[in-house]
Design a protein around this ligand. Structure first.
Ligand SMILES: [Zn+2]
Length: 444
């Protein structure tokens, strides 16, 4: 019942963007409801660096050395792409000759990109006194522009890509009654995608449905990407803290020698665990219980795993990196998969409707990878996943077993790790300290 209540809260946040919220919540259910989505999990732990974390380098320009010819003609103007437009329509609308269109489009690979223009993109036109196109600039977004310059009877194209500025921003929120992390983020003007990224950082430690209470706080230092001062998107989350009643969790970003960014606790243990707690987003229908009376056979038969009730076809994900040692079918198990994780750990997934396509014995799988789909094959009263977790061949309760951590920062990198992350943690703390005043005055 509690689960349902929380679900309602998550699903019924403020009025305005009902549709967005509904969509968000669908995603959220995977992150928040289950608390952890193994698929996103894998990504969260080792987010490839999308862009440099350090201050943005100066704008890199592939522009030609000479400036475009200035054409002081009355025909210089900007034309936005409208719904249903193609380049021919735009040329026609502004009175350009189809021959100019032909020359531009056939000016090489850049010309071909004009076939995929979308509403919102922009063109700048410049023509000579006879109305012949001389110069065309195409801007698909704030960062890219393609310039086509007439040289005799052809057009030469160059591309310019600007680098956005990265501005460091601090935000903090306190969860109010009847609010979730996600609605709180929305109230702060942070996007749902940002809220999900924030939740993913802590997904191995915090169950965002059951552990999160009113009064819990988060503090985050992240980058905003800006062009000419205008926000164009979120950059990396540099450091974040989530404070529950019991403790404070902090995660700081660090890019390893392989160029891959991961999040670590301040002392260098990784946020990521070798296993996520659950192989799918669903409710427990039958817990681990060594004295259970079996529903089909009506006698005491230990239940050495956990059953998750979920609709047929729900994806089942590997809870840790490992190797598929069994992909088979038996009368009791139905379709089932066994994954070996290193020497000591094994996980089992039973009653699958079907296996993931191309899943083979001997194959390596990554944490979060879909290995099959929920079904009711074998001894099952309805569609569910039976999940087992074995340590040294002994069945453990998957919901309480201590999960081993992934690799911490290696000794060789520790010095660099501390040199990089300490200033971030200090910056967060400093902003947090000055923010406490704001918290107290604006939020009783
Ligand atoms: Zn079971």
């Amino acid at each position: 019942m509690k689960t349902r209540e929380v679900r309602r809260i998550v699903v019924a946040p403020p009025k305005k963007h009902a549709i967005v919220v509904a969509a968000v919540c669908t995603i959220l259910l995977s992150v928040a409801l289950a608390g952890r989505s193994p698929n996103q999990t894998a990504n969260a732990a080792s987010v490839p660096a999308v862009e440099p974390a350090s201050p943005a380098p100066p704008a890199v320009t592939a522009a030609p050395p000479s400036p475009p010819p200035t054409l002081p003609t009355p025909s210089d103007f900007t034309a936005p792409v409208k719904s249903g437009d193609n380049l021919a329509k735009i040329f026609d609308r502004h009175g350009f000759h189809p021959r100019d269109l032909h020359l531009v489009v056939h000016s090489g690979p850049h010309g071909r990109r004009l076939a995929s223009i979308m509403p919102g993109h922009e063109f700048d036109f410049a023509a000579d006194d006879e109305g012949n196109l001389q110069h065309l600039t195409y801007r698909p977004d704030r960062l890219q522009s393609l310039e086509f310059r007439r040289i005799g009877d052809r057009f030469e194209a160059t591309e310019t890509v600007r680098q956005p500025d990265h501005e460091r921003v601090y935000r903090a929120g306190r969860i109010q009654a009847d609010q979730s992390l996600f609605t709180t983020c929305m109230d702060l003007g942070l996007s749902d995608a940002f809220a999900i990224r924030l939740a993913e950082l802590f997904q191995w430690d915090i169950d965002f449905v059951h552990d999160v209470r009113p009064g819990n706080e988060f503090h985050v230092l992240y980058e905003e990407r800006r062009v000419d001062g205008e926000f164009i998107g979120y950059g990396e989350i540099l450091v974040a803290e989530f404070v529950t009643r019991r403790r404070s969790h902090r995660a700081v970003r660090y890019v390893g020698v392989d160029g891959v960014a991961s999040y670590y606790a301040p002392e260098g243990s990784t946020m990521r665990k070798r296993f996520v707690r659950t192989p799918l987003d669903a409710r427990v229908s039958s817990p681990f219980n060594l004295n259970r009376v079996h529903p089909l056979w009506k006698r005491v038969m230990p239940h050495r795993g956990i059953d998750y009730a979920a609709p047929t076809g729900t994806p089942v994900k590997a809870t840790g990196d490992g190797k598929v040692v069994t992909r088979s079918r038996t009368g009791p198990n139905g379709n089932y998969v066994v994954i070996q994780h290193g020497e000591r750990y094994q996980t089992k997934y039973l009653h699958l409707a079907r296996f993931a396509r191309n899943l083979k014995e001997g194959q390596s799988v990554a944490q979060g990878q879909v290995i099959g789909f929920v079904g009711a094959t074998g001894w099952a009263t309805g569609p569910h996943l039976h999940y087992e977790f074995l340590v040294d061949g002994v069945h453990k309760n998957p919901s309480t077993v201590g999960l081993p951590e992934a690799e911490p920062i290696p000794d060789a990198l520790r010095e660099d790790f501390l040199a990089t992350t300490t200033p971030l943690l200090d910056d967060l703390q400093a902003r947090k300290d000055s923010d406490q005043i704001a918290f107290q005055t604006t939020r009783p």
